[in-house]
Design a protein around this ligand. Sequence first.
Ligand SMILES: CC(C)(COP(=O)(O)OP(=O)(O)OC[C@H]1O[C@@H](n2cnc3c(N)ncnc32)[C@H](O)[C@@H]1OP(=O)(O)O)[C@@H](O)C(=O)NCCC(=O)NCCS
Length: 172
Amino acid sequence: MDNEIQKRNVRLVKVDRKNFDSLVDLTPDEAGRHYVADNIYSLAEAYANLADGNKVQPFGIYDGDTPVGFVMIGYDIIDENDDLDKQYFIKDCYLVWRFMIDEKYQHKGYGKEGLKLALDYIRTFPFGKAEYCWLSYEPENDRARKLYQSFGFVEEKEMPEGWDEIPAVLKL
Ligand SMILES: CC(C)(COP(=O)(O)OP(=O)(O)OC[C@H]1O[C@@H](n2cnc3c(N)ncnc32)[C@H](O)[C@@H]1OP(=O)(O)O)[C@@H](O)C(=O)NCCC(=O)NCCS
């Protein structure tokens, strides 16, 4: 298994006209599908945010030339209902907005490698300086929770009012 991983060339590729078509079809397994928006929706959301001047970067997660997953990074993505005093981790902070591995490639370590690359990218501070990176997940999404905790994300004690996902925060 370790040998297999060493032979890989896992990388993030920015979504563009050449590759978006191969990314919209990627889908997690039945158990995971419910936890993440379809990639086509995420790309539409990225477009809408860019049109409003927000900072967002969607990536394909590739092994060599094979697309295996999708991750979308945002910066300073504020919802009108956010309470920025309580949610100190939103303003001027990075967000791992969407993250998924296609069902054919799940449970092979691509999630771990993809998230590491996403955090490496965030730590280059492409959109500006930040103290925190955050993300959120549904309370019963144990796979995602375990993975995020292994990278140092710390769950907030309370789910903010009106949210149906738990935020977790990483100090950058
Ligand atoms: C969460 C997800 C991205 C993980 O991707 P993956 O490639 O399957 O994960 P990996 O093979 O890299 O495993 C990474 C870690 O995830 C956890 N994990 C993976 N599969 C697991 C399982 N079946 N049960 C429990 N934990 C699991 C483990 O901590 C594992 O680390 P370990 O192998 O050192 O124990 C993937 O399952 C997915 O796309 N899920 C659906 C979408 C989703 O939930 N996205 C996150 C929304 S917040």
